[in-house]
Design a protein around this ligand. Sequence first.
Ligand code: AP5
Length: 216
Amino acid sequence: MNLILLGPPGAGKGTQSKYLVDQHALVQVSTGDMLREARKNQTELGKKAEAFMRAGKLVPDEVVIGLVEERLSLADCKNGFVLDGFPRTVAQAEELSVLLEKKQKKIQMVLSIEVADDELVSRLSGRRVCKECGRTYHSLFSKPIVQGICDKCGGVVIQRDDDREETIRQRLRVYNEQTYPLISFYKERGMLRTVSGIGDIASISRAIDALLQGTA
Ligand code: AP5
């Protein structure tokens, strides 16, 4: 099974991808994580992406498409993957269709996770992330036991540089202008299903499972 998770920044794409990895043995392909890794390692691609990400803008299509093409060619994607944060523009969606056709693969479902903007700002401005293992926390609702230290791996817990309120609002604008049109793109192709991203994380995972089993 191959899936796409759509949704604004903070909707819970990363959180639900982790569930799909654990419960459905899918591979998570997160362009955001791949770009952050490239930035951390200061590769040419990472340096190119840095200013766009800091400003809450999209990294140019050709950079991201190349990255995804390479990632989907790896053997671990053979048995199913979940695309988290890709595609994000109509041009990326069109390129993805061409790429999958070449590989004789299909996307079974595009899941759109819906959350209102005010909730997204509060989630993201409080989000804290472990620099080492990527586990997420919230500064008010889900703090690590020892402040600034990850419960899971002992790594340093930081705020992402694009999780500041002004940049979050810019990311939401970019989502509405450049990514939201993908809802119609996939609806017209009969691939889109929507799920509310409000409520506890486990109940959203159950709603996703129901859609995957064709019972919702
Ligand atoms: P990316 O890393 O993809 O960021 P994003 O889409 O903005 O998504 P987030 O990671 O912020 O949110 P999420 O939906 O995954 O939510 P999460 O599960 O973490 O992209 C970053 C940047 O990279 C982009 O701005 C762009 O520059 C570049 N980029 C990436 N892909 C690109 C592409 N294809 N093309 C061009 N540029 C690209 O949850 C958020 C928080 O909410 C967490 O704290 C979590 O614990 C909490 N939470 C989750 N679910 C719930 C719930 N049900 N209730 C309460 N809290 C919840």
